[in-house]
Each structure stands twice: as structure tokens, then as C-alpha cells.
Design a protein around this ligand. Structure first.
Ligand code: FAD
Ligand code: SF4
Length: 524
């Protein structure tokens, strides 16, 4: 072919830049399913099935258009096993005057493509990813104009730039309703009787292609963590659009109010469950934001919910992508708090007595999904307080969630949840005791531990480790403007209680480090 257009598993958009001027008469699309993307610790059954099924649906769509396609299936004889090896073999076999790709979602993959192209002496054209509203150059300008990175500044800039939720008042543009931020109206716990039936998500039943991918994963990739019995993610654009509609009508009105709440056995609540569809490029952020904005203007959803939701997509989602590409590759090795503990092996099984983590991990393995607060203030927080090596908790997050692609997962984990970047993403560590979890969920009521207790047999491990975290990092944060208050609380603790906290925290750490028999086994 003249041009070989490489399409990666998270680039399933026929309008992507890589297809500009695609000529089926002389160009060819290249796609490959490879096992090393699903090596243990790299993916889960839910995530691998999602990618495989969505890729196969997309390939069928390209073929229906009559576009020539080289597609290697996971179970094809002669599958080279890695993206690098497969592309290398196919370039040798097919030849190409030029390799074209839309900017990948992972630094490692970009480096790999550059490498293979260079080895073959073929020019590689990396085209900007138009899916995102903020380009790398836009973000670089934002960085240059501001001393420190802060979401709020970035988000307001984008609201103005794209005219999202803006109105005219006295001849000037201002945010609709006169406020940028509705946090005080949002973030409530659920009422005592729970979320109610409204929050049920509308599952997408697996079709023949998805069932085939599930069978493949259950046989070839049986070693991966998690299960597929409940697999119901949209894997086509059509299904993703339907999921968007259901969210806007049924759940968006209560999204803001309950966006930080957690409820055992209800993973879905009022969230969108659209991150995987967005990240695979089945949906565009513009259309999702547009649908939410229309719901506000037609009176179907309150402003606080719509603003809270748009902030996640036009704010956080674009922001973390800017952080990723502007900070990589060094960002992946950041470890500002010098954390080195091993990730407890039960992160891969959910076999723990901590009721909150047990529920969050169980739903994660069952659905490949947890909401933002479950990720940040349960799974992420415990690793932060325990002092887990950031690379280990990063590997876990990248593997287990269906929406995990490194550009979005890494800044959220390394930056927001672990503070390993020393505060580029978050202005202070998200450190809290079990009492935060008690406020936002009913988990503690059914737990053997007590969130208010720092020490003793019933002490909540979050609470013990929180105080130990402050003690361990007392010097580092003593002068930190947003941590000083928390650190000063240590002054009120008697020395013998401090010692007891330290001892109990060390016992917890020793216990977690001991047993790795539950970790997923590498294939023989
Ligand atoms: P909703 O709560 O309904 O939010 C709507 C949309 O906003 C999401 O679909 C997502 O596209 C976007 N969004 C919300 N928060 C963020 C954020 N912090 N960063 C980027 N986009 C955001 N999101 C991923 O897409 N992939 C990941 O691998 C991922 N890893 C995370 C790891 C940690 C430790 C934390 C704290 C957050 C992570 N997030 C990740 C962000 C967020 O938790 C998920 O996007 C969200 O839970 C997905 O569920 P939803 O579609 O129901 O989101
Ligand atoms: Fe989680 Fe602690 Fe509450 Fe138990 S007591 S559910 S461990 S926060």
C-alpha cells in the first residue's frame, strides 16, 4: 500500500485524523489484537473483552465500507504476540510508503511506532487527535501562561473558549447562572434508604461478536483477573449513543447531588458510565457536553448537575490529558513521597475484611467499573496511606478498569490519588480517615472496624494509616499551605498515642507485605 494507517484499540473513530484523505484504492488500514496488551497485571477480563469486541465491531464497519484492512486476531496462527512484533512482520510483508497514525493514548506506544518505522526506513506521520478539544499546543500555551497547574483556571478558560454554559449579561460573557462552580450544591451522601431503582443502568446485551470475544478471553486469557458474567458495556457507537441518551434522561438530573456518594451493591448510582465509550472514541466529548447542555436549557436537568458533569469532561478529562503529554515520560516514575510498599495481593481478589475495599474491589472485578470516589477515596486512598510504590498501584488501575488508557489513568493515579508528582495535579494529598468513607457511604455499618478509632483491635486501618501518614510526612507538609492545619492536629496527640499509631501501622504494613499467593498467576 501507499499509506498504512495504524488504528489502535482506543482509536475506533472513522472520522479520526489518520483517515483524512484515505484512499481505499491504494491505502490500507492495520489493526492487531496482541496478547502482550493482555499480559497479567496489564488487563482484566472485562477490559480485554471490551477492547477486543469494540475493535472487531469497528473492523467490520471498515470492511463494510470496502476499506482494505489487515487485521490480526488474537487467536490467529502466527500472531506475533506484541504490537511491535506484529507491525514489524506486517510492514515486512505488506511494505508501505508511509505509516500514518493518530496520536496514541500511551507514550510507550508512540515510542514503539517511531521505533518500528525507523527500523523499516518508513516515514511515520503522527496526526493530532481531534477527539480532544484541547490540543497539545493549547495546553503548552496554558502551561506557559500560568505559574502552577490548576484545574479551575484551565476549566474556566475552556468554558469561555468553547462558549459552553456561557451567557451574556450587561454586554459581557459570564457563566450561566453567574457561578462557575456548584460544588456546595453537589456531593451529598445518599438518603438512608439508598439510591432507589432509578439508578439502574441500561445494560447492553452482548451480541454475537461480543460473545465470541468473551469466549476467547475465557479460554486464551483465563489467567486475567475478574469475570465476564456481567459484561454489558456498549461496544459500538450506536450502543454508546443509546447509553448517552439513557444517562441524560434518567440519571443526569441527580448526578451532581450524589456524584461523591457510594452505596454497597450499587456500582452505578447516577454516574454516566460513559468513560470507556469516550476513551475508545465511540463518543466525542463535544456531543456528550452538547447533550448535557441541551438538557439544562430545556429544563430536564438542573444547572448544578449539568455544570458538575461538564466540569468532568471539559475540565478534568482534557486537563489530565494535557498533564500526561506535557510530563511524560518522567511522570510515570514520579515518587515524591518515596513510597515503596508492595500492593496488597488482595487488590486482585477482594479478599479483605475492610468492608469498603471488599465491595469496591468486588464490583471492580465484576464490572471493570468503580465511580470516581471509590477509586480516589477507597482504592487509591488506602494505597496512598499504606505507602504503596506508585508504579504498583498504577499497574493495578491500568489493568482493572474498562476505561483505563494510560493518558487518563496515570495522572489520576500518580498525580491525583498518590501525590507522587509532588502536587502538579492536586494541590494537596487526598489523605483522609475512615470517617470520610463513613460520611459518604454505609460501608462502615457492616464492617468489623470502627472509623473513629485510631488504635486497638477494632481501629479502622484507614484511620490508623492516616495518622501514621501525617506522622511520616510531618516535616514535608509542615509548611504546606493546605496541609498545615491537618499536620497541626498532630500536636494534640500524646507521644505514647503517636507511638501506638506507628506500631499499629507498621503491623498493618508487615501483614500486607507478607502474602502474595492471591496475585494473578503469570501464564506458564
Ligand atoms: P462520571 O462520574 O459520570 O463522569 C463523567 C465523565 O467525566 C467520565 O465518563 C469521564 O470521561 C470524565 N471524568 C470524570 N472524572 C475524570 C477524571 N478525574 N479524569 C478524566 N476524566 C474524568 N477515568 C478514565 O477514563 N480512565 C481511567 O483509567 C481512570 N482512572 C482513574 C484512577 C483514579 C485513581 C481516579 C481517582 C480516577 C480515575 N478516572 C479514570 C476518572 C474517573 O474516576 C472515571 O472517569 C469515572 O469514574 C468513569 O465513570 P463514569 O463514566 O460513570 O464517570
Ligand atoms: Fe472501610 Fe474503615 Fe469503614 Fe471499615 S471502618 S468500611 S475499613 S472506612
Amino acid at each position: 500500500p501507499r499509506n498504512l494507517v495504524a488504528v489502535l484499540g482506543d482509536q475506533l473513530d472513522p472520522d479520526a485524523a489518520a483517515f483524512d484523505a484515505f484512499d481505499p484504492a491504494c491505502d490500507r488500514v492495520w489493526m492487531a489484537e496482541v496478547t502482550d496488551e493482555s499480559a497479567p497485571y496489564r488487563s482484566s477480563k472485562q477490559r480485554s473483552t471490551l477492547f477486543l469486541s469494540a475493535m472487531r465491531h469497528f473492523a467490520a464497519e471498515l470492511t463494510a465500507r470496502g476499506w482494505p484492512l489487515s487485521y490480526t486476531r488474537l487467536d490467529d496462527e502466527g500472531n506475533a504476540g506484541s504490537l511491535h512484533a506484529q507491525l514489524d512482520a506486517d510492514l515486512t510483508r505488506l511494505g508501505a510508503t508511509q505509516l500514518i497514525v493518530t496520536q496514541p493514548g500511551e507514550w510507550r506506544v508512540l515510542a514503539m511506532l517511531q521505533n518500528v518505522a525507523a527500523q523499516h526506513g518508513v516515514p511515520l506521520e503522527v496526526r493530532a487527535d481531534r477527539h480532544f478539544m484541547v490540543s497539545d499546543a493549547d495546553f503548552a500555551r496554558h502551561l506557559a501562561a500560568h505559574k502552577s497547574l490548576r484545574l479551575e483556571t484551565f476549566y474556566r478558560e475552556q468554558r469561555k473558549r468553547f462558549g459552553v454554559l456561557m451567557e451574556e449579561a450587561n454586554g459581557a460573557a459570564r457563566p450561566v447562572g453567574g457561578r462557575w462552580n456548584f460544588d456546595t450544591d453537589n456531593r451529598h451522601p445518599l438518603p438512608p434508604d439508598g439510591p432507589g431503582l432509578l439508578t439502574q443502568r441500561q445494560p447492553t446485551p452482548p451480541d454475537a461478536i461480543t460473545r465470541e470475544a468473551m469466549a476467547l478471553v475465557n479460554t486464551r486469557l483465563a489467567h486475567l483477573p475478574g469475570s465476564l458474567d456481567a459484561f454489558a458495556w456498549p461496544v459500538t457507537r450506536e450502543a454508546a449513543l443509546k447509553a448517552l441518551d439513557v444517562f441524560i434522561e434518567a440519571r443526569l438530573p441527580s448526578f451532581g447531588r450524589y456524584q461523591d456518594a457510594m452505596w454497597p451493591d450499587d456500582p452505578w448510582l447516577y454516574h454516566a458510565h460513559l468513560s470507556a465509550a469516550l476513551n475508545l472514541k465511540l463518543l466525542s466529548p463535544r456531543e456528550v457536553i452538547g447533550a448535557a447542555e441541551r438538557a439544562y436549557h430545556s429544563g430536564r436537568a438542573p444547572l448544578a448537575s449539568v455544570e458538575g458533569f461538564i466540569r468532568q469532561i471539559l475540565g478534568w478529562r482534557e486537563y489530565v490529558r494535557g498533564v500526561y503529554w506535557s510530563q511524560m515520560p518522567a511522570y510515570a516514575d514520579a515518587n515524591a513521597l518515596e513510597a515503596g510498599a508492595a500492593l496488597p495481593s488482595w487488590y486482585w481478589s477482594g479478599d479483605t475484611e475492610l468492608a469498603c475495599l471488599k465491595d469496591v474491589i468486588a464490583q471492580t472485578l465484576k464490572h471493570g467499573y468503580a465511580n470516581h470516589i471509590q477509586r480516589l477515596m477507597v482504592a487509591g486512598l488506602y494505597a496512598l496511606l499504606l505507602g504503596v510504590d506508585p508504579r504498583q498501584i498504577h499497574a493495578w488501575f491500568l489493568a482493572v478498569y474498562v476505561d483505563a488508557v494510560e493518558w487518563v489513568e496515570l495522572p489520576n493515579v500518580i498525580g491525583m490519588s498518590q501525590y507522587a508528582d509532588g502536587g502538579r495535579m492536586a494541590s494537596k494529598p487526598y489523605a483522609a480517615t475512615g470517617k470520610y468513607i463513613q460520611r459518604m457511604s454505609p460501608y462502615c455499618a457492616s464492617c468489623r472496624y470502627k472509623p473513629e478509632q485510631k488504635t486497638g483491635e477494632r481501629a479502622c486501618p484507614f484511620t490508623t494509616l492516616y495518622w501514621d501518614f501525617l506522622l511520616r510526612h510531618q516535616q514535608r507538609f509542615a509548611k504546606h499551605p493546605r496541609m498545615a492545619l491537618q499536620i497541626r492536629q498532630l500536636d494534640r496527640l500524646p507521644d505514647d498515642e503517636k507511638q501506638q499509631i506507628r506500631r499499629q501501622a507498621q503491623t498493618l504494613r508487615d501483614k500486607e507485605n507478607g502474602d502474595d499467593t492471591l496475585a494473578p498467576r503469570r501464564p506458564e
